[in-house]
Design a protein around this ligand. Sequence first.
Ligand code: ZN
Length: 275
Amino acid sequence: MLNKWEGIVLKTKAYGETNKVVTIMTREVGKTAAMARGAKKPQSRLAAISQPFVHGIFMIQQGRGMGTLQQGEPLESMRHIQEDITATAYASYVVEIIDRLIESDRPEPYAFDIMVQALHAIEEGYDPESIAMFVEWKMLPYTGVQPVLHACASCGAVEGEFAFSFSQGGFLCHRCFLLDPYLIRLTPTQVKLIRMFYTVPIDQIGKLTLKKETKQFIRKIVTTIYEEQTGMRFKSRSFIEQLERTPLLFNKHMDSEKPDEGQPDKALQTDENNE
Ligand SMILES: [Zn+2]
């Protein structure tokens, strides 16, 4: 039967001389792979639609085994993501997180929305490093790690000073600091930011103007959770690290310390410089 699904291409792999196997994260059925016959030929009608990051409507013929991509209609070309090296790097990372954490052929509308919102935000020129961090925090439950961030992980207190504790699985209040000699002390702003990354939908965030050090600090925590607690390392991280070591390749998004002009009308504005 022929299905019509909305999706985003996560990755493609050459198959034979002219074909591609396209992995698509769909809204309706989750992650699925389809054969795109002839898609490697530039004149193929499948050539444009079977590229990473393309957001479109895909017609997939499902039979026994792998489906066949019959045709597709792009909803968005994701031109900025395709052309800007920093945007490409972070979008690749977002897509790799989704690909690695999501099982095939099972609807995952929450993860689909996170990915679509993240890629749209990167495409629209939002700071891609912050957007990737939203995805890292929000996808943690898919690794089996559900950090307690709304209150102290030990006593449940919501008032007080907080620190992050890997061993206690989330925030600890100052009354419970003795439980973990390796805890990481947090400022109220850092507590607020981590909660925001974990709970606030990406499309409800206005322009984020975070200092480079703030991003590095919060990223270190989430990266440590992935690497130490889930054992996951992402290939596209190494490309990002390479970009960071090569400042000449930086573009304006890499150090967005100056607040941007023209704040969009969004539900939440977060600007740590205003606190
Ligand atoms: Zn406590």
